[in-house]
Each structure stands twice: as C-alpha cells, then as structure tokens.
Design a protein around this ligand. Structure first.
Ligand code: SAM
Length: 237
C-alpha cells in the first residue's frame, strides 16, 4: 500500500514509523510511505498556508488554494489517485472495521490539519472521508495520521511476521482478547491460572473463549450488543 501524508510538520513522522513492525513493513515495501510538506505549495515568499477566518473569531484556518494545489500534485505522483482522508475530530470515529476497510485500499492520502482546521471547501470538494481518532481535540492531525498508519499496516497481508496474529487480537471477532501470561509461573505468590499450565489444548481454548466473553462483558458491553449475549457468542459481523 502507498500512503502519502500532507502535513506542515514532516519531521513529526520520523521515530514512531521507523521502528518495529512498521519499519519492517516499510523495508519490505508492504508500506510505501511518502511525507510531503504542504508549505512547498504556498506561493508567497513567506510560504503562507493559513489566514484569518472569514466572519472573525480566534485562530487561523488552512487555505483551500494551497491545500488543493498540494493534493493535486501529490495525487499526480502515482497511480491510483488514492482515497483522500482528512484527520478531523469531526470525522467518523476510527475503529477496527474502518481500519480493515482502509487496509484493502491500494493508496491512502492523509491530510493533517493544524490551527483551527482547514477551509470547509477543501473538505467538501477534495476529501473522501473524515476520520477522528476519538472525542477530544489534538493540536494537529499528525498523531492521528500515525495512529491510522500503524493500525492499518498491521492488517496488510505480510506486515505481521505471523499473519494469524492479527486474527486473534482484540476486536478481530468483535471481542476483547483473553488475558496473556508468561514465565515465571509464580511471582511474589501471584500464580498463573492453572489451566494454562495443564498442556490440555481444548481446555485452554475453552478457557480463553470464556475469558474473551467475560472481559468484553465487563469492560465493553457495547461490543456485545447484537451478538446475542455473552453465553451465545456468535458473529459480530
Ligand atoms: N477547530 C477544530 C474543531 O473544533 O473541530 C479543531 C482543530 S485541531 C486544533 C487541529 C487539527 O488537529 C485538525 O484540523 C485535525 O486535523 C487534527 N485533530 C485534532 N483532533 C483530532 C482527532 N480527535 N482526530 C483526528 N484529527 C484530529
């Protein structure tokens, strides 16, 4: 998958996307990431990208003309032109279903806002999807873009060493994952559940299934709505 990011702070993208699974995915060409500075498409000598809001009010707004020029240029750099996503607290809230949908796209273009956001005409005419990472306001779209890139990359075939591991993680079947333990089996008198030490695979699988249901019921009952209740399990899709 090719991902292009339009941002006023390209330097923000070094670090989190240069380690671990995302780094490996980039090295293997599974994730082809390109970060562009929106300022490169400003026309004046101060490279201005924002202006005062019409109608008054505090803060600045990112200009539609600069954003449109930047987007046109970036879309023209490769085929296909890509799904354009504006990271915004006003967008649909990111979840596992949306992440999986986006992982099937050949190309994403992520637009990061700053200041009071972007001129509404850019959203109306140039953006395909507005996505929020939660009901709070961040200073810019860079962290949300990185969250989205990380989550989506995990679902691109080949990105995880063991492809099956994205299948039994939280949300994969509409449930939270069961608790995990590793050695030592006892620490400060804190014991690992006996069943996990039994070597009895069927009993372990049943225990994990019950734990997933219990956990989800306790922590995220909203995920169970529509599944037919914790005892019945069932498909959430
Ligand atoms: N004035 C805007 C509002 O009240 O809706 C908030 C602007 S915010 C300070 C600046 C930029 O951060 C936004 O344009 C957006 O790109 C990004 N941003 C902030 N919170 C976000 C969130 N929860 N999810 C996604 N992007 C967010």
């Amino acid at each position: 998958m090719r991902v292009d990011v339009l941002t006023l702070f390209p330097e923000a993208f070094t670090g989190p996307l240069d380690i671990s699974i995302i780094k490996r995915a980039r090295e293997r060409g599974i994730l082809d990431l390109h970060v562009h500075n929106i300022r490169d498409w400003a026309l004046d000598k101060h490279r201005t990208v924002d202006d005062y809001p019409f109608g008054g009010g505090h803060g600045m707004v990112m200009r539609v003309d600069v954003l449109d020029r930047a987007l046109e240029a970036v879309q023209g750099m490769a085929e296909p032109r890509g799904l354009v996503i504006y990271l915004s607290p006003q967008g649909e809230r990111l979840n596992d279903r949306i992440v999986r949908e986006l992982a099937r796209e050949p190309r994403l273009i992520l637009v990061c806002g700053r200041y009071e956001g972007v001129d509404e005409r850019f959203i109306e005419h140039c953006v395909d999807r507005e996505i929020s990472i939660g009901d709070y306001v961040l200073t810019g779209g860079e962290l949300p873009a990185m969250v989205l890139i990380d989550a989506v990359t995990r679902h691109i075939p080949g990105a995880l060493g063991d492809d099956a591991s994205s299948l039994d993680e939280s949300f994969a079947d509409g449930l939270l994952e069961h608790p995990q333990y590793t050695r030592p089996a006892e620490y400060k008198g804190w014991r690992v559940p006996e069943v996990l030490l039994s070597g009895h695979h069927a009993r372990i699988a049943e225990w994990r299934k019950q734990q997933r249901l219990l956990r989800t019921q306790q922590r995220r009952p909203d995920l169970l709505a529509g599944r037919g209740g914790p005892e019945e399990g069932g498909d959430s899709s």
